[in-house]
Write a protein that binds this ligand. Structure first.
Ligand code: AMP
Ligand code: MG
Length: 354
């Protein structure tokens, strides 16, 4: 069984090499590197997935990679990036840049990071695109409805009193001094309709920097999908049915895209048979009534997030017209009666689930 060559010098014939033979000194390191390279190329990609509670919601990050350590590190870095953005953007954190802007409303401009300046600028662009349906100055109305803390129905008088405070065109963004100014006391920026999508985009960028090029970052209903599944097929996401709990309405294959769904089933309460939910129509200052759910697909999740919220307010006719007009943008709208509208570019991709 033991060849002469491999008999250790101690004389005991164990059949094992007790020390490296001299040829190993020259070829060993190369052999080792070769073996490692080969195993890296032949190892099958695997799916790594973790969930954490950030931004007051479930964040699920998926990474597909042959390198388990790299995948886990990328997921950790993705979560850390989303936590960083929460600290920067949250109105629930007093030290966030947005809270500082809000506290100085009617008083003075506030110097902010270039990142916050850009995000506010993007938000204003989508506000213009959606005719003000998407409106980050909606803060004072959100506060009256107590959307996340203690939901209540404000009186008409209370709502009309905040109307002068919710005009997003009053937000002053100054590139030169890198400041944001809310000129009226009581104005309040709320990035709840755009921040999660932005966070998904940023987390994806961080994961790519960590060497992972296939995965999904899902911040509640705002997702960024990149690359492919472990089996080489495109990732598929399910769009929730707005009226059937946890049942899917449709399934959709995605590659290198953002996708967001805004729905009236997300945060709501029912009083006297009326559903009161978290997306406020800036025109009525009451929960938007034209849609049950809106899904938007486009290149960046920051855009799909803001658009899905804005189009939810606009409703099916104006909303679908906007989706058709925008390049690289598709969508599904479930209107107030539960009718499903699918944009032209999505009809062949979307699989409706009966
Ligand atoms: P989303 O879940 O992305 O549709 O965003 C809903 C969140 O955006 C709400 O919880 C509010 O914080 C905020 N929001 C509500 N109404 C509007 C609106 N008309 N425009 C922009 N943000 C809004
Ligand atoms: Mg949104």
């Amino acid at each position: 069984m033991t060849s002469k060559r491999f008999v250790p010098q101690s004389g005991k014939s164990t059949g094992y090499i007790a020390y490296p033979p001299h040829w190993f000194k020259h070829w060993g390191p190369l052999l080792l590197i070769g073996t490692l390279l080969l195993s890296a190329c032949t190892a099958r990609p695997e799916t790594h997935r973790r969930t954490q509670l950030i931004m007051g919601t479930n964040v699920e990050i998926t990474a597909v990679s042959r390198n388990a350590e790299m995948a886990e590190d990328a997921i950790t870095a993705g979560f850390e990036e989303i936590r960083r953005l929460d600290r920067l953007l949250s109105t629930y954190k007093e030290s966030s840049e947005i809270s500082r802007i809000n506290r100085s409303a009617g008083n003075k401009p506030v110097a902010v990071s270039p990142e916050v300046l850009n995000l506010i600028r993007e938000a204003v662009k989508v506000a213009d695109m959606t005719g003000g349906g998407f409106n980050i100055a909606i803060g004072p109305a959100i506060a009256l409805w107590g959307v996340s803390e203690n939901p209540r129905i404000p009186s008409g008088g209370e709502l009309e009193a905040v109307r002068p405070l919710v005009d997003y065109r009053n937000i002053r963004v100054d590139d030169q001094s890198r400041t944001v100014y809310l000129p009226k006391a009581g104005m309040r920026i709320d990035l709840g309709g755009i921040g999660k999508g932005y966070a998904a985009d940023r987390a994806e960028a961080v994961m790519r920097r960590h060497g992972v090029s296939n995965g999904i970052v899902a911040v509640a209903g705002d997702l960024k999908v990149f690359g492919k599944r472990a089996d080489g097929q495109p990732f598929r996401i399910a769009i929730r049915h707005p009226r059937r709990d946890a049942a899917p309405l449709a399934s959709l294959p995605l590659a290198d895209e953002g996708v967001s769904t805004s729905g009236d089933y997300e945060r709501y309460f029912v009083k006297d048979g009326v559903r009161y939910h978290h997306i406020i129509d800036p025109e009525t200052l009451r929960p938007a009534r034209r849609s049950q759910s809106v899904t938007v697909v486009s290149k960046e999740a920051v855009l799909t997030d803001a658009l899905s919220t804005g189009i939810f307010v606009l409703g099916p006719e104006k909303g679908m017209a906007l989706i058709e007009r925008l390049p690289d943008t598709e969508g599904v709208i479930v209107d107030a009666e539960g009718r499903i509208m699918v944009s032209s570019g999505l009809k062949s991709r979307l699989e409706l689930i009966p």
